[in-house]
Design a protein around this ligand. Sequence first.
Ligand code: FAD
Ligand code: NAI
Length: 473
Amino acid sequence: MSTKQFDVIVIGAGPGGYIAAIRAAQLGFSVACIDKWKNEKGDPAPGGTCTNVGCIPSKALLQSSEHYHHAAHAFADHGIGLDNLSIDVKKMLSRKDNVVKQNNEGILYLFKKNKVAFFSAKASFVKAADGGYEIAAGDEVLKGKQVIVATGSNARALPGAPFDEVNILSNNGALALSAVPKKLGLIGSGVIGLEMGSVWRRLGAEVTVLEALPTFLGAVDEQIAKEALKSFTKQGLKINLGVKVDEVKNSDAGVSVAYTDAKGQAQTLAVDKLIVSIGRVPNTAGLNAEAVGLKLDERGCIVVDDECRTNLPGVWAVGDVVRGPMLAHKAEEEGVAVAERIAGQHGHVNFNTIPWVIYTSPEIAWVGETEQQLKARGAAYKAGTFPFLANGRARALGDTTGMVKFLADAKTDEILGVHIVGPLASELISEAVVAMEFKASSEDIARICHAHPSLSEATKEAALAVDKRTLNF
Ligand code: FAD
Ligand code: NAI
């Protein structure tokens, strides 16, 4: 058996791995990328969690369910009548599968274009050899001077309630339900819970959420989280905070969850399907990390420094398998930075300006510090908010929920955080990311000409509000 030699071997073709592989190839290295994901037909499906069971399919279903919701509840307001509105869940799922497939094929095309050798196989460390590493890729052995591990994460199960993907669902099963469940339970009101809960609620499911923490979306700015909770509750999501899940019973008839509510009362929730979204665990099983002494922490994350270096020379790790937020764009940024560091460049990731987006309706997006974080560190700050209710474009869209909020340093006016709940927050947040990356002040944004009528005018007005001089509110 011949051993194929590469400058760089990337394990995993999710957003961390495939982007690292492309950037390394752009920099002139010979690159191999190994990924084991296959679709239902058994074809290679690069793109990782993000493409196959994460960002992309969830956004496809969020779009379909939002169209349905608008048709059922918003069109009439615009004078558009519809008779016999119906949902074809199978069609919705097959559209979603098609979107996923286009992305899988896009990555295979990019590998070809950039001359990245792709291996559709499970990879594991064999041994350190000749100043590099031998990596098994299925039946083949590859040799690489540098190795980038980007093996991602998997859903965490509740103890005693394993995923069967029929009744007890991880994100995988939640994105593939073939019919709208009458009653849907959700454990964990984090990002996945809220996005998946939104999809199935819009399509008609009665959704109940059980969340352990007493605060809703604790990582989000309190004022924004409060506004979002108000809106989700109005839409019909039943969100129970501060609960303790005691027991989950799974049977042919559905799932029964025994829990203790925030008042200490024993309760039972009976549902047809249960989505468990209580966080994710790094995926290092099967890597044979022990063979080379690759260091993992107590949670199974690969231990890395600020620059994604592991304890082994020439071995790097990026994305969900290491510390930091589990976000596709964070994984991508780390992948690019590592490829550049291997090339002797100064790859850089600014962890302070990584945006977060929750694609519910209203959308929630933020970058930088929250007001509660600023208070906790005793920072002197000024705040400015502007409601979408006073924005002309939002009124024309028929979506005036929410606000834009700026937090700026009291002395220097440097923007410390921007928080948005409302229409297209996912797109609006980019302006704030750019501003913070360039260390802009709130006055900088307030002085920039924003197109009219646009939702971005709410951003400008919130920046003006920092100085208490909004023009339209
Ligand atoms: P992954 O995408 O998990 O990719 C890892 C790859 O490595 C996989 O293909 C896996 O099969 C492969 N692999 C693992 N072990 C081996 C091995 N031994 N050999 C070969 N291959 C291996 N993030 C966002 O930023 N925006 C969103 O909107 C968003 N939505 C999400 C929705 C859901 C439902 C979920 C679950 C996640 C979502 N995320 C989102 C998070 C995002 O998907 C992850 O942060 C991102 O995929 C991490 O990228 P990664 O490259 O580190 O790992
Ligand atoms: P999460 O960390 O966002 O939320 C998990 C929630 O479950 C928390 O609120 C936690 O308090 C709660 N919880 C934990 N144990 C519990 C228990 N035993 N009983 C009840 N509640 C419990 O995790 P989630 O939703 O699984 O998502 C994982 C990650 O995937 C996210 O943190 C995010 O990084 C990524 N993601 C990103 C998306 C985006 O960017 N739009 C979309 C979906 C996922």
